[in-house]
Design a protein around this ligand. Structure first.
Ligand SMILES: NC(=O)c1ccc[n+]([C@@H]2O[C@H](COP(=O)([O-])OP(=O)(O)OC[C@H]3O[C@@H](n4cnc5c(N)ncnc54)[C@H](O)[C@@H]3O)[C@@H](O)[C@H]2O)c1
Ligand SMILES: [Zn+2]
Ligand SMILES: [Zn+2]
Length: 334
């Protein structure tokens, strides 16, 4: 089959590799679409420590079951699925307390195991979620990032009638904004330096947008502030904007050695909760249902499509920060 292979940091090719064969409880998925995200760039740039090279990238994907292992009864050839890329060991302390996303032997399809930037991809049957008829395969490649946002929401207080401030109007910030609306926010405000992206946030229902939160004229602050930029200046600013008793979520991914400064007095005196959110946890099936329910607008979220041979073009596009979710379609773009 054809596959994108990152041979080593900085070196990427589209080449022919062996077709995967399923183990007893595995399926082979014919990939219809795979989203590009920041993690793929980190892997390409050699900044993601757990990745063994060479690696086929791609962890945000959906497709059609092409073959099933000898002990698979839940799925048959032709079923349409989205795949949770998370591979937990099931045995460590964190798996034992139900927090597999923090697994001591964490692996993931497209991160440490062969991924979906290929015609076919192997997955455990337990990781495959059959799609409702109303969800297209193209849209289904958004389930993985949406399931990260749903996990982020699981870690917020989840009270209705509160005010949300979201930093970053990329795919993740826009998903968070739409989830906040759906979850009963009194208002959703979005901050980004990119005004084109802010216009998209407005189109998706944000109540207010600004390039600087100071312009939003809410001196009392917001009950929930979520960073979806991974930028230290945004994180420092956002933490200072949390209303007394409120919550700040670190969702964006900074460099592993980045340092941000904050006022401990402000956090203490205002009883602010600071909470991180990392990847997917028990949130994949709900993301399928939320997508089917129309909670996010998938047509706005996917801005560009590329064939497998144009993977490097897609990466260049992603680095320039234009568009929203870029999708690689190994079977050819529609
Ligand atoms: N926690 C998780 O599970 C998880 C999952 C997926 C992605 N992420 C992370 O979430 C972040 C957002 O992902 P994305 O795909 O939307 O990225 P993106 O690059 O498309 O969007 C980030 C946005 O932040 C804006 N921005 C940058 N600096 C800013 C600043 N100082 N103030 C205001 N806005 C600023 C950019 O203009 C951009 O629009 C990334 O850091 C990504 O790695 C986390
Ligand atoms: Zn991703
Ligand atoms: Zn584990």
């Amino acid at each position: 089959m054809r596959a994108v292979v990152i041979e080593k940091p900085g070196q990427i090719t589209t080449t022919t590799v062996d077709d995967p064969t399923p183990g007893p409880r595995e399926v082979v998925v014919e990939v219809s679409g795979v989203g590009i995200c920041g993690t793929d760039l980190h892997i390409l740039d050699g900044e993601f420590a757990p990745t063994p090279y060479p690696i086929v990238p791609g962890h945000e994907f959906a497709g059609t079951v092409a073959a099933v292992g000898s002990a698979v009864t839940e799925l048959t050839v032709g079923d349409r699925v989205a795949v949770d890329p998370s591979l937990y060991c099931g045995e460590c302390h964190f798996c034992g307390i139900g927090r597999g996303n923090l697994c001591e032997r964490w692996n993931a399809i497209g991160v440490t195991k062969p991924g979906a930037s290929a015609e076919f991809c192997l997955a455990p049957v337990a990781n495959c979620y059959r799609l409702p008829d109303s969800v297209s395969l193209e849209h289904a490649a958004l389930v993985e990032p949406l399931s990260c946002a749903v996990h982020g929401f699981d870690l917020l207080p989840g009270r209705v009638g509160e005010h949300y401030l979201i930093y970053g109007a990329g795919t993740m910030g826009l998903m968070m904004a739409q989830l906040a609306r759906f979850a009963g926010a009194a208002s959703v405000s979005v901050v980004d330096l990119n005004t084109d992206r802010l216009a998209v946030a407005t189109g998706l229902g944000a109540d207010a947008t600004a390039t600087n939160a100071g312009e939003l004229e809410r001196p009392e602050g917001w009950e929930v502030v979520i960073d979806c930029t991974g930028a230290v200046p945004a994180i420092e600013d956002g933490l200072s904007r949390v209303r007394r008793g409120g919550t700040f979520q670190v969702f964006g991914v900074t460099a592993s050695d980045a340092v941000a400064s904050f006022s401990p007095f402000h956090v203490y005196n205002n009883e602010i909760t600071v909470v991180g959110s990392m990847a997917v946890l028990h949130s994949f099936g709900r993301a399928v249902e939320l997508l089917a329910k129309g909670v996010i607008d998938p047509t706005v979220m996917i801005s560009h499509r590329f064939g497998l041979d144009a993977y490097e073009t897609a990466i260049d596009h992603f680095r320039r920060g234009s568009g929203r979710k870029l999708q690689v379609q190994p079977g050819g773009t529609a």
